[in-house]
Design a protein around this ligand. Structure first.
Ligand code: TYD
Length: 137
């Protein structure tokens, strides 16, 4: 799994918390055309369950914790995102599933392109077929 570490600015004033920042094409390697985030999600809820043909994304849990499962068609990996200074790279042709561990966790996603339903692969069977054709499975 590929992670990005984001700079954190922290002073010795506890009330100030921390400031994290992400610059497109610096802390994440791709141009960012879209940012989206989920709010009000309850623990146990599962999002994702799809792959993208060409989209690149960085997933950052800015509050709470979310488990992410990635599947190349051959290999499955999981990690827990609970650090606002750390992003997970989700590139093309990765089946991804995000499970909310804590109520109201906020998953921020930076995406390399605008929303395009045609870029989604929403059937796991289709994903396995396409991954196999591309040498992934
Ligand atoms: P989807 O990506 O399937 O959400 P998740 O994987 O988080 O459950 O998107 C859910 C719906 O929202 C879908 O109908 C498309 C719409 N949507 C947009 O219109 N724009 C966006 O940027 C995103 C991410 C989703």
């Amino acid at each position: 799994m590929r992670f990005f570490e984001f700079p954190v600015r922290k002073t010795d004033i506890p009330e100030e918390g921390q400031l994290q920042f992400i610059e497109a094409e610096r802390q994440v390697p791709f141009p960012v055309r879209r940012v989206y985030y989920s709010t009000g999600v309850r623990a146990g809820y599962v999002r994702g369950k799809h792959a993208h043909r060409s989209l690149e994304q960085a997933l950052v849990c800015v509050h709470g914790s979310v488990r992410v499962a990635l599947d190349t068609g051959i290999e499955k990996m999981t990690c827990i995102l609970d650090n606002p200074a750390r992003g997970l790279y989700v590139g093309p042709m990765l089946w991804h599933t995000m499970t909310w561990i804590q109520d109201d966790s906020v998953l921020l996603v930076l995406a390399s392109d605008y929303y395009n339903e045609a870029d989604y692969i929403r059937s796991y069977e289709d994903f396995l077929l396409l991954a196999g054709q591309r040498g992934g499975a």
